[in-house]
Design a protein around this ligand. Sequence first.
Ligand SMILES: [Zn+2]
Length: 284
Amino acid sequence: MKNLRGIIVLIVLLLFTVCAGALYADSEMHWSYSGEYGPQNWHKLPGSQANGKKQSPINIPSDAPINENGIKFFYMDSLLNIENNGHTIKVSYERGSYILVEGKKYNLLQFHFHAPSEHTFSGEHFPMETHFVHQSDDGEYAVIGLFLKKGEYNSAYASIWEHFPEEGEKKETDTVINAKTLLPERKSYYRYDGSFTTPPCTEGVKWFVLKDSVELSDDQISQFEKFYKSNNRPIQPFNRRGFYLGGEEQKKDSFLPVFVIIGIVIIAIGIMFFFMQGKKSEKR
Ligand SMILES: [Zn+2]
């Protein structure tokens, strides 16, 4: 009899653990761009690095150093495989396309869109931003950010826009795309170390934000905005990071504040001497 009671207690405990585990796993998945599960609470999610010091997106100041022609693109054709996952519209790319940058190869995994842009330039948002997500064979991530602005109708983007799925849906199509056609002609970029802009906001992501933007028509932008109008994480502090130029991190001169402090001390000592001299002459 005692044994039976023990077994029942054990079963109840087990069930409780399983249920709690399921709830925990569910909370891990659930996040949004506003309200209780919004960006200000992303750091509470399991495994989140959202409170880290090297987060994305950031503002790019107009005087940030520009890298010219540093990325070699090897983007092949791919069948359009598109998904509306409740956070963005994402295109998964067939294996075999990659970039070479800073002496390393990164395979193109997918690209997706944000509206408005996540990064800002000189404090200004663009209507949209495309993220091309790459991963090296040793697991490192490199993301190319591309600003999309209002302008001419863009036929390269149209072949994707035609296939937007409803929320929670996936489509495998016969349409052939090439991610190369989505890029601007010149590929100069701003380079910094950041994170994923969605939970768990993992750091160690190399960011390449292209200087030149690409145009979409008013209609094309509002077509995307019908699905996602504010799927952008707020701008994160830059902290003690530097932009990279030719693979070298350009940290802001941290000696400047020291010089300012030394300067103030010298001036203060000078003023003190001045008054002391004055008092001495009064005594005479
Ligand atoms: Zn993104």
